[in-house]
Ligand binder design. Structure first.
Ligand code: SF4
Length: 481
């Protein structure tokens, strides 16, 4: 149900260092990461002498074909799939962003959101800098270019402590590939090997598709330089308490991936089991809202001893049409995307398991479809707590007032959705499912933001800057004990 709920993926990134056919491998890896962003795709590659970038709007398959990849060539490459979290969706904001400076050509691909980028940009523009995109990521390239450090990795290491927020990123120069992750570790970034080469990617499913092996995560606050089959690692300043995005396990990542060192399918299944333990239902069968809720529903069925049935069939071939953020298009999409199986649902008391509720508008339509197919009762079970707060760290959420749980009780939401009962997994249960409870950001459930921000922070802050809008002051970092 991925893109129907207005809770979009942020981005997916990959980097492959020192390997014949690096561009082709990067494109395969981007195919595996396509669920993290469908608005644009791009690859930058180097043969050791020159750096070239090809990118475009649409899916990886739309942007790259055999001849494009062949012409890119390269022994090292970085790639990016994008869903816009800062800056509007258009070609100029597609990544990797390639620039030229006194350091030569370099390209950057970034997953996450910088909460002080608007402030840094305002300062740089006042100093005469010219920006080519409205993406927060470009600020990092400016900081690298302005640095007096001798090498690019030293310049990046000096630049990153100046930015606040979430970043997992890869930078490519003609002879180096550098990867880094912010000190809180909001967004994932894993390290693997393909033959003798190093690969970094947002999720391990990108390694699987090229036949690589998962080695470990890039640590929060770690910067690595990859090349010639070697890896050099350094720390980006003092360590912070880890704040991995728990929503990677709830919804964003693929279940076959290892993310934050854990298999996503297993965490999701445990979420379903704990949900079943916390909130059993007097019902005849369990079904999932496919695909992201499948494993949670299987876990729920196992815990409650109810049969699991495929009662909703998802049409996988309409996704591209409906990724547009236009509200009108989203409204049409539920019926086209899901078809209830009347023969399974008729006269049955159904438990529907979904991973989350954002606005509730999609679920309301889905419940209507399930009832129209003959279900006698609909009991909704959600494998995460109520979402009461927006995300500022790289996930495109609606504003707070549009989050149904920010202003409605569970009973009120149940009434709006027209379900017989509605229950959410507790935060305690969700953390138990991760088996690493103290290492996650849970701000969208609790409002306890690891890094504070101004209320005016907005996705399109750089676009708004061209209008008569005041740019907010910088956020004040909040230290956690
Ligand atoms: S606020 Fe929610 S979506 Fe954003 S990083 Fe934290 S857990 Fe993830």
């Amino acid at each position: 149900m991925r893109h129907l709920r207005n809770w979009h993926e942020e981005c997916g990134i990959v980097g492959i260092a020192g390997c014949t056919g690096a561009s082709e491998l990067a494109s395969m890896a981007l195919h595996a990461l396509q669920h993290r962003g469908q608005e644009s795709a791009g690859i930058s590659a180097t043969d050791g002498y020159t750096l070239a970038t090809h990118k475009g709007m649409g899916l990886v398959a739309d942007v790259f074909d055999e001849s494009t990849l062949k012409s890119l060539g390269g022994a090292s490459a970085i790639g990016h799939v994008r869903y816009s979290t800062t800056g509007t969706s258009n070609f100029k904001n597609a990544q990797p962003i390639q620039v030229s400076s006194h350091r030569g050509s370099m390209a950057l691909a970034h997953n996450g959101n910088l909460i002080n980028a608007h402030f840094l940009r305002r300062q740089m523009e006042q100093d005469g800098s010219i920006f080519g995109t409205t993406s927060d990521s470009e600020v990092i390239l400016h900081l690298i270019a302005r640095s007096r450090a001798e090498t690019v990795e030293e310049a990046l290491a000096a630049a990153l402590p100046q930015v606040q927020g979430a970043y997992s990123l890869v930078v490519l120069t003609k002879d180096k590939l550098i990867a880094a992750r912010d000190p809180y570790g909001f967004r994932p970034l894993c390290l693997g090997r393909f033959n003798d080469s190093y690969v970094v990617c947002s999720e391990s499913c990108a390694l699987d598709i090229i036949g690589g092996n998962y080695q470990r995560d890039i640590e929060p606050g770690e910067l690595v330089v990859l090349g010639n089959g070697e890896l050099a690692s350094r720390r980006l300043g003092p360590s912070q308490p880890e704040r991995r995005c728990i929503f990677e396990h709830v919804y964003f990542s693929r279940p076959d991936s290892i993310v934050f060192g854990q298999n996503v399918e297993k965490v999701r299944r445990r979420c379903g089991e704990i949900l079943g333990r916390e909130h059993p239902a007097d019902a005849d069968l369990v079904c999932a809202v496919p695909d992201s809720s499948n494993t949670a529903a299987l876990g729920y069925a196992r815990a409650t001893q109810l049969p699991f049935e495929l009662a909703l069939i998802r049409n996988h071939y309409v996704g591209r049409t409906f990724i547009s953020p236009a509200q009108k298009v989203r409204d049409m999409s539920v019926r086209i995307k899901f078809n209830p199986v009347a023969e399974v649902l008729r006269n049955k008391r159904i438990v529907v398991v979904d991973d989350s509720i954002v606005r509730g508008t999609t679920m309301r339509k889905l419940v209507k479809l399930i009832r129209a197919a003959g279900a006698a009762e609909v009991h909704l079970r959600i494998a995460s707590p109520p979402i009461t707060n927006p995300c500022y760290y790289g996930i495109d959420t609606p504003v707070r007032k549009e989050l149904i749980a920010s202003s409605h009780t569970v009973d009120e939401i149940a009434t709006y959705l027209r379900v017989n009962s509605l229950r959410y997994l507790s935060l305690e249960g969700l953390l138990e499912a991760t088996e690493q409870r103290d290492r996650f950001c849970t701000a969208c459930f609790t409002g306890d933001y690891p890094l504070s921000f101004t209320d005016e922070f907005e996705k399109n802050i750089f676009d708004l800057q061209t209008e008569t809008r005041e740019i907010p002051d910088p956020p004040v970092p909040r230290q956690r004990s």
